[in-house]
Ligand binder design. Sequence first.
Ligand code: 5AD
Ligand code: SF4
Length: 463
Amino acid sequence: MTEAQPRVPRKKIFVKTYGCQMNVYDSARMVDVMAPEGYTEAATPEDADIVVLNTCHIRERAAEKVYSELGRLRALKKQKAEKGESLLIGVAGCVAQAEGEEMRRRAPMVDLIVGPQTYHRLPEYVARLANGGPAIVETEFPADDKFESLPAPERKKTLARGATAFLTIQEGCDKFCTFCVVPYTRGSEFSRPLSRIVEEASALVDAGVREITLLGQNVNAWHGEDAQGRPATLGRLIRALAEIDGLARLRYTTSHPRDMDDELILAHAEVPALMPYLHLPVQSGSDRILAAMNRRHTAADYLRLIERIRTAQPDIALSSDFIVGFPGETEADFEATLALIAAVGYAQAYSFKYSARPGTPAASAENQLPEEVKSERLQRLQALLGEQQLAFNASCVGRTMSVLLDRRGRGEQQLVGRSPYLQSVHIEDAPAALFGKLVDVTIEDGYRNSLRGRLHENEAVTA
Ligand code: 5AD
Ligand code: SF4
């Protein structure tokens, strides 16, 4: 009698992502790095053997959400244990990095706490835990290059999960804005070499990706080595990537005004694949507050920069981040921010109430503002930004623009995509075969948060 072959255990990992797009990229890589160990992606935490929360520490609410999710996972772990099943709970990302051992005390059921710089060692950590090892807290910034330890280019095809993809090219930040945890949680600036990025982008395009968003906390500070070992610039990298056959669209985020050089501005004028959209956070329009934030630019510097960008590429949609209620912000400071917004005219923007982050210089400032003042200012700021966003979207009505259809809408026949300016465009009566394709769309309506359009007649004929 032959013995039954031992079955390879089929195991599943569920990664829940919080926060920025860099975390979305990292979460995908965590799944990739566990694939050779026999893990596939689970659809729900209930279905998983490992659940990893890939966390964000940028504002307080983001971190608090993690602890409430851990409460739910503790209950799930208990239920599973009653059925004789196990659940390994991991916390990755910036909360893990910032809290480290403290998180073990607050949430003792967590098995693994791993910062953003060491998740490529996930298989090793999981093996140690499976062998009955103690809980692991790993928040070092190791010398080895995480990106080089991640799966080889051919396996990177698993990264492509549709027509659009993120590609992290730069990590960390040396700017030390006084409100921000990033320099502490992600460490100092690191740029991946040019050839590696081109390789990864080519693998993504081979796997069907049409649009790549280059990511970095301070992406335009990218200065990766070229083939001669010399530091290159983002403008040059964009030109190199634009050469890849089949890559239709490029974007990059997030940029710092100080790192917006002429080469990058010129790329916006000369590289058709580079989309006419720029997220360029200013945070405040008051020079006093900008100085207290250690932003290293004034409102006038920023406005001059915007003018240079618009001279090079008049058809560009601008976006920004704003913080209201920074310590010591007066009504006059806040009004300077409103004036800057009025002067620029944004296509869209993100805005936040200042949130004191432990360990950052601004958190220990004495002139913290009351919550009501922050809320009231945020409302006024968002009202103005909302008007500008609606005006921008309305100005698109009647235009025909290319849309990359990368999501399914609510209705059977509805597809949703992104315009060159990153607006969501909803299309009724779109044949399912167009999913993942770039099509020409005539815009019929512009709302505050999206556009509605119909396929341009040429598309309708060929579809
Ligand atoms: N409080 C509020 N907003 C913050 N941001 C970063 N740190 C804080 C903080 N402590 C915002 C900034 C940044 C964006 C990613 O998050 O606007 O550009
Ligand atoms: Fe944080 Fe951006 Fe300032 Fe760096 S440049 S410290 S990531 S806000």
